[in-house]
Design a protein around this ligand. Sequence first.
Ligand code: SAH
Length: 236
Amino acid sequence: MRQYFVKEKLQCGSIVTLSEEIAHHLKNVLRKKSGEVIRLVDCQGSAFLARLIVDEEVQAQAYEQLASRRQRGRITCCPCLIKRDKWEMLIQKAAELGADRIVPVISSRTIIHIDEKEMDRKLARWNKIALEACQQSNRTDICVVERPVYLVNIAAYRSDNNLLAYENEANVQLLDLCDNRDITIVTGPEGGFSSQEAEFLNSLGFRSCSLGERILRAETALLYALAVIDAGRNVL
Ligand code: SAH
Protein backbone atom coordinates (compact mmCIF):
# COMPACT_ATOMS: atom_id res chain seq x y z
CA MET A 1 0.00 0.00 0.00
CA ARG A 2 1.26 3.47 -0.86
CA GLN A 3 2.38 5.62 2.04
CA TYR A 4 2.91 9.37 2.20
CA PHE A 5 4.18 11.80 4.82
CA VAL A 6 2.00 14.84 5.61
CA LYS A 7 2.89 17.94 7.61
CA GLU A 8 -0.35 17.96 9.65
CA LYS A 9 -1.10 16.20 12.95
CA LEU A 10 -3.80 13.62 12.17
CA GLN A 11 -6.54 11.88 14.11
CA CYS A 12 -9.30 9.57 12.91
CA GLY A 13 -11.65 11.61 10.75
CA SER A 14 -9.06 14.26 9.76
CA ILE A 15 -9.15 15.28 6.11
CA VAL A 16 -5.92 16.49 4.52
CA THR A 17 -5.27 17.97 1.11
CA LEU A 18 -2.29 16.24 -0.43
CA SER A 19 0.53 18.21 -2.08
CA GLU A 20 0.41 18.76 -5.83
CA GLU A 21 3.24 16.32 -6.36
CA ILE A 22 1.57 13.51 -4.39
CA ALA A 23 -1.81 14.32 -5.96
CA HIS A 24 -0.34 14.06 -9.46
CA HIS A 25 1.29 10.76 -8.61
CA LEU A 26 -1.89 9.25 -7.16
CA LYS A 27 -4.25 10.57 -9.80
CA ASN A 28 -2.28 10.48 -13.04
CA VAL A 29 0.40 7.87 -12.46
CA LEU A 30 -1.30 5.32 -10.20
CA ARG A 31 -4.83 6.17 -11.44
CA LYS A 32 -6.27 5.96 -7.93
CA LYS A 33 -9.98 6.61 -7.48
CA SER A 34 -12.05 7.96 -4.59
CA GLY A 35 -12.50 5.39 -1.85
CA GLU A 36 -9.17 3.67 -2.42
CA VAL A 37 -6.96 3.34 0.65
CA ILE A 38 -3.47 4.72 1.31
CA ARG A 39 -1.36 5.11 4.45
CA LEU A 40 -0.59 8.54 5.83
CA VAL A 41 2.12 9.32 8.36
CA ASP A 42 1.64 12.57 10.25
CA CYS A 43 4.12 15.08 11.65
CA GLN A 44 4.49 13.04 14.84
CA GLY A 45 5.20 9.76 13.07
CA SER A 46 1.74 8.26 13.68
CA ALA A 47 0.49 6.12 10.79
CA PHE A 48 -3.14 5.98 9.63
CA LEU A 49 -5.19 4.26 6.96
CA ALA A 50 -6.94 6.91 4.88
CA ARG A 51 -9.52 6.91 2.08
CA LEU A 52 -8.88 9.02 -0.99
CA ILE A 53 -11.22 11.73 -2.19
CA VAL A 54 -10.13 12.36 -5.78
CA ASP A 55 -11.40 15.54 -7.42
CA GLU A 56 -9.60 18.58 -8.86
CA GLU A 57 -7.53 18.33 -5.69
CA VAL A 58 -6.73 15.05 -4.00
CA GLN A 59 -7.66 14.72 -0.34
CA ALA A 60 -7.57 11.81 2.06
CA GLN A 61 -9.57 11.08 5.18
CA ALA A 62 -7.83 9.20 7.98
CA TYR A 63 -10.05 6.46 9.44
CA GLU A 64 -7.87 4.09 11.43
CA GLN A 65 -4.67 4.57 13.37
CA LEU A 66 -2.07 1.83 12.95
CA ALA A 67 -0.12 0.42 15.88
CA SER A 68 3.29 2.01 16.21
CA ARG A 69 6.35 -0.12 15.60
CA ARG A 70 8.82 -1.36 18.17
CA GLN A 71 11.15 1.30 19.53
CA ARG A 72 14.74 0.79 18.48
CA GLY A 73 17.93 2.77 18.75
CA ARG A 74 18.62 5.39 16.10
CA ILE A 75 21.25 4.77 13.46
CA THR A 76 23.55 7.61 12.40
CA CYS A 77 25.54 6.77 9.28
CA CYS A 78 28.75 8.65 8.57
CA PRO A 79 29.88 7.47 5.14
CA CYS A 80 32.65 9.37 3.37
CA LEU A 81 31.37 11.20 0.29
CA ILE A 82 31.71 9.23 -2.93
CA LYS A 83 30.93 9.87 -6.61
CA ARG A 84 27.51 11.22 -7.38
CA ASP A 85 25.51 8.30 -8.79
CA LYS A 86 26.84 5.92 -6.16
CA TRP A 87 26.27 8.51 -3.44
CA GLU A 88 22.63 8.98 -4.38
CA MET A 89 22.11 5.23 -4.53
CA LEU A 90 23.74 4.97 -1.11
CA ILE A 91 21.28 7.51 0.36
CA GLN A 92 18.27 5.77 -1.13
CA LYS A 93 19.29 2.30 0.02
CA ALA A 94 20.49 3.45 3.45
CA ALA A 95 17.08 5.05 4.05
CA GLU A 96 15.38 1.79 3.03
CA LEU A 97 17.65 -0.16 5.36
CA GLY A 98 16.80 1.93 8.42
CA ALA A 99 19.33 4.78 8.62
CA ASP A 100 17.89 7.65 10.67
CA ARG A 101 20.55 10.20 9.82
CA ILE A 102 23.21 10.36 7.14
CA VAL A 103 26.20 12.64 7.71
CA PRO A 104 28.48 12.89 4.66
CA VAL A 105 32.12 12.85 5.76
CA ILE A 106 35.15 14.41 4.08
CA SER A 107 38.37 12.54 4.85
CA SER A 108 41.93 12.84 3.51
CA ARG A 109 41.16 10.48 0.61
CA THR A 110 37.79 11.96 -0.33
CA ILE A 111 37.97 12.88 -4.01
CA ILE A 112 34.61 14.61 -4.29
CA HIS A 113 34.45 18.34 -3.88
CA ILE A 114 31.13 20.15 -3.50
CA ASP A 115 31.08 23.88 -4.03
CA GLU A 116 29.58 25.71 -1.05
CA LYS A 117 27.27 27.54 -3.52
CA GLU A 118 25.89 24.19 -4.66
CA MET A 119 25.39 22.85 -1.15
CA ASP A 120 21.81 23.89 -0.41
CA ARG A 121 20.59 22.51 -3.74
CA LYS A 122 22.46 19.22 -3.19
CA LEU A 123 21.13 18.87 0.36
CA ALA A 124 17.56 19.41 -0.81
CA ARG A 125 18.05 16.77 -3.51
CA TRP A 126 19.62 14.27 -1.10
CA ASN A 127 16.83 14.78 1.44
CA LYS A 128 14.19 14.29 -1.25
CA ILE A 129 15.80 10.98 -2.22
CA ALA A 130 15.82 9.91 1.45
CA LEU A 131 12.21 10.98 2.04
CA GLU A 132 10.95 9.12 -1.02
CA ALA A 133 12.84 5.99 0.05
CA CYS A 134 11.24 6.19 3.53
CA GLN A 135 7.81 6.61 1.96
CA GLN A 136 8.37 3.75 -0.44
CA SER A 137 9.60 1.39 2.28
CA ASN A 138 6.68 2.18 4.63
CA ARG A 139 8.81 3.74 7.31
CA THR A 140 6.97 5.98 9.73
CA ASP A 141 10.05 8.09 10.42
CA ILE A 142 12.18 10.16 8.10
CA CYS A 143 15.87 9.72 7.34
CA VAL A 144 17.61 13.10 7.31
CA VAL A 145 20.74 13.94 5.34
CA GLU A 146 22.91 16.59 7.00
CA ARG A 147 25.63 18.93 5.71
CA PRO A 148 29.00 17.31 5.04
CA VAL A 149 31.54 17.44 7.88
CA TYR A 150 35.31 17.05 7.97
CA LEU A 151 36.48 13.89 9.71
CA VAL A 152 38.19 16.00 12.41
CA ASN A 153 34.75 17.22 13.49
CA ILE A 154 33.08 13.84 13.66
CA ALA A 155 33.00 13.66 17.48
CA ALA A 156 29.76 15.66 17.46
CA TYR A 157 27.95 12.78 15.73
CA ARG A 158 28.79 10.07 18.26
CA SER A 159 26.01 7.93 19.77
CA ASP A 160 25.97 5.36 22.58
CA ASN A 161 27.68 2.77 20.39
CA ASN A 162 30.27 4.06 17.92
CA LEU A 163 31.63 1.82 15.18
CA LEU A 164 34.21 2.12 12.43
CA ALA A 165 34.09 -0.30 9.50
CA TYR A 166 37.80 -0.83 8.94
CA GLU A 167 39.14 -3.15 6.29
CA ASN A 168 42.35 -3.81 8.27
CA GLU A 169 40.43 -5.14 11.29
CA ALA A 170 40.42 -8.92 11.14
CA ASN A 171 39.34 -10.07 14.59
CA VAL A 172 36.25 -8.11 15.59
CA GLN A 173 33.10 -8.64 13.51
CA LEU A 174 30.41 -5.96 13.21
CA LEU A 175 27.68 -8.42 14.21
CA ASP A 176 29.35 -8.92 17.60
CA LEU A 177 29.21 -5.18 18.37
CA CYS A 178 25.57 -4.54 17.36
CA ASP A 179 23.05 -3.77 20.06
CA ASN A 180 19.79 -1.91 20.55
CA ARG A 181 21.35 1.36 21.65
CA ASP A 182 21.79 4.34 19.33
CA ILE A 183 24.57 3.49 16.88
CA THR A 184 26.92 5.64 14.80
CA ILE A 185 28.70 3.79 11.98
CA VAL A 186 31.56 5.31 9.98
CA THR A 187 32.63 3.98 6.57
CA GLY A 188 35.47 5.11 4.34
CA PRO A 189 35.79 6.48 0.79
CA GLU A 190 36.89 4.50 -2.29
CA GLY A 191 40.52 4.61 -1.12
CA GLY A 192 39.78 3.69 2.51
CA PHE A 193 41.03 5.40 5.68
CA SER A 194 44.69 6.03 6.46
CA SER A 195 46.00 4.32 9.58
CA GLN A 196 46.24 7.75 11.28
CA GLU A 197 42.57 8.36 10.57
CA ALA A 198 41.63 4.95 11.95
CA GLU A 199 43.68 5.69 15.09
CA PHE A 200 42.02 9.09 15.43
CA LEU A 201 38.57 7.50 15.22
CA ASN A 202 39.57 4.83 17.75
CA SER A 203 40.74 7.57 20.12
CA LEU A 204 37.25 9.10 19.92
CA GLY A 205 35.71 5.79 20.93
CA PHE A 206 34.83 4.37 17.50
CA ARG A 207 35.53 0.66 17.73
CA SER A 208 37.05 -0.88 14.59
CA CYS A 209 35.17 -3.82 13.14
CA SER A 210 35.34 -6.03 10.07
CA LEU A 211 32.61 -6.49 7.48
CA GLY A 212 34.02 -9.90 6.53
CA GLU A 213 36.91 -11.22 4.48
CA ARG A 214 36.03 -9.46 1.25
CA ILE A 215 36.92 -5.84 0.59
CA LEU A 216 33.65 -4.14 -0.27
CA ARG A 217 33.18 -1.01 -2.31
CA ALA A 218 32.43 2.05 -0.23
CA GLU A 219 28.71 2.05 -1.05
CA THR A 220 28.37 -1.71 -0.55
CA ALA A 221 30.15 -1.44 2.81
CA LEU A 222 27.59 0.92 4.36
CA LEU A 223 24.60 -1.04 3.01
CA TYR A 224 26.08 -4.33 4.22
CA ALA A 225 26.69 -2.75 7.64
CA LEU A 226 23.07 -1.56 7.88
CA ALA A 227 21.76 -5.01 6.96
CA VAL A 228 23.98 -6.60 9.62
CA ILE A 229 22.87 -4.07 12.26
CA ASP A 230 19.22 -4.78 11.42
CA ALA A 231 19.72 -8.53 11.54
CA GLY A 232 21.77 -8.25 14.74
CA ARG A 233 18.99 -6.29 16.44
CA ASN A 234 16.29 -8.71 15.38
CA VAL A 235 17.96 -11.64 17.10
CA LEU A 236 18.72 -9.76 20.32
N1 SAH B 1 41.39 0.79 1.11
C1 SAH B 1 40.78 -0.21 0.37
C2 SAH B 1 39.31 -0.15 0.02
C3 SAH B 1 38.44 0.69 0.85
S1 SAH B 1 36.83 0.09 0.81
C4 SAH B 1 41.52 -0.40 -0.90
O1 SAH B 1 41.59 0.54 -1.70
O2 SAH B 1 41.95 -1.52 -1.07
C5 SAH B 1 35.91 1.47 1.37
C6 SAH B 1 35.44 1.43 2.80
O3 SAH B 1 34.51 0.38 2.97
C7 SAH B 1 36.51 1.16 3.83
O4 SAH B 1 37.18 2.32 4.23
C8 SAH B 1 35.70 0.56 4.99
O5 SAH B 1 35.07 1.58 5.75
C9 SAH B 1 34.65 -0.22 4.25
N2 SAH B 1 34.99 -1.64 4.06
C10 SAH B 1 35.05 -2.29 2.88
N3 SAH B 1 35.32 -3.59 3.07
C11 SAH B 1 35.41 -3.77 4.41
C12 SAH B 1 35.66 -4.91 5.24
N4 SAH B 1 35.88 -6.12 4.75
N5 SAH B 1 35.68 -4.72 6.58
C13 SAH B 1 35.48 -3.50 7.12
N6 SAH B 1 35.24 -2.39 6.38
C14 SAH B 1 35.22 -2.53 5.04
